[in-house]
Write a protein of this length. Structure first.
Ligand SMILES: NC(=O)c1ccc[n+]([C@@H]2O[C@H](COP(=O)([O-])OP(=O)(O)OC[C@H]3O[C@@H](n4cnc5c(N)ncnc54)[C@H](OP(=O)(O)O)[C@@H]3O)[C@@H](O)[C@H]2O)c1
Length: 255
């Protein structure tokens, strides 16, 4: 039996990772802040699948809490075979409107936690000669649209770099870059997205299925959906002056 540790496993994409990995027979360690939701997910999954689910409540913007999760990832007695760095959110408002403490907390969750947990996982997994890390970025990584997109660009480059460094060790690294997915993300970030219908909206099931299939096939960058593969190809070939144009990224005006 192998064990997967998933951050942000109580909602959206992370909840779907928990479901699909349990269905594939993995024991789980699920991480998020809300303890009652963690317990609900544990109970739902253990009722449906013959797997063990361990709950680890942690706020990944808090250094001590992140260190606790890193220690669980490093635990040699209870190895983690698959790490999914998924927890994340966006901030409402533009850079001139946000509080700098909120920006730092966002960076800690989107970047620092991914760095610290990947480091712990890579060391433990390489010593065992096997394992897989999946980091969740976004199509926003290919835009120049605020601190969220800058953080997700970091996740893509970091994951590609780590994948190259771990080549031949038996440890795989992949990065999932989805477009719009129907989760709690937009509501939490107070982003008005209307009825969430249309070809640009992905469902979490297919998103996670693609991530797991691509990771299993050794693909480093996973972009679910033909429409988003076309968009990412286009974004990667557009001149940077177009990518950073105020008409694309939105102009910042002082209040
Ligand atoms: N939905 C999209 O359109 C979309 C597109 C591209 C990329 N993504 C990325 O996909 C990932 C998952 O997002 P989602 O759409 O599934 O969002 P979601 O439905 O809002 O779920 C977010 C999860 O992250 C956890 N979380 C949030 N802040 C946390 C913190 N400080 N410490 C620990 N856990 C925390 C939440 O649980 P608690 O609140 O209990 O902590 C929840 O389990 C994120 O990295 C997001 O950036 C989403």
């Amino acid at each position: 039996m192998t064990t997967a540790l998933i951050t942000g496993a109580t909602a959206g994409i992370g909840r779907e990772f928990a479901e699909q990995l349990a269905a594939r027979g993995h024991d789980l360690v699920i991480v998020a802040r809300d303890e009652s939701r963690l317990a609900e997910v544990r109970d739902e999954i253990t009722a449906r699948y013959q797997v063990a689910v361990e709950v680890l409540a942690a706020d990944l913007s808090d250094r001590t809490a992140t260190e606790r999760v890193a220690q669980r990832v490093s635990d040699r007695e209870r190895p983690i075979d698959l790490l999914v760095n998924n927890a994340g959110y966006g901030l409402p408002g533009s850079f001139l409107e946000t509080d700098i403490d909120d920006e730092e907390a966002l960076l800690d969750v989107l970047v620092r936690a991914v760095l610290v947990l990947s480091h712990a996982a890579a060391q433990a997994m390489v010593s065992r000669g096997r394992g897989q890390i999946i980091n969740v970025a976004s199509v926003a990584a290919y835009l120049a649209s605020g601190t969220y997109s800058a953080a997700k660009s970091w996740v893509v480059v970091f994951s590609e770099s780590l994948s190259g460094q771990l080549d031949g060790t038996g440890v795989g690294v992949s990065v999932l870059a989805p477009g719009f997915v129907r989760t709690e993300f937009h509501e939490r970030a107070a982003i008005d997205v209307g009825d969430r219908e249309g070809t640009l909206w992905l469902d979490p099931t297919m998103t996670v299925q693609t991530a797991l299939d691509d990771a299993g096939a050794g693909k480093v960058v996973s972009v679910p959906g033909l429409q988003y593969r076309a968009i990412v190809t286009l974004l990667r070939h557009l001149p940077r002056r177009v990518i950073r144009h105020p008409g694309v990224v939105g102009r910042q005006r002082p209040r």
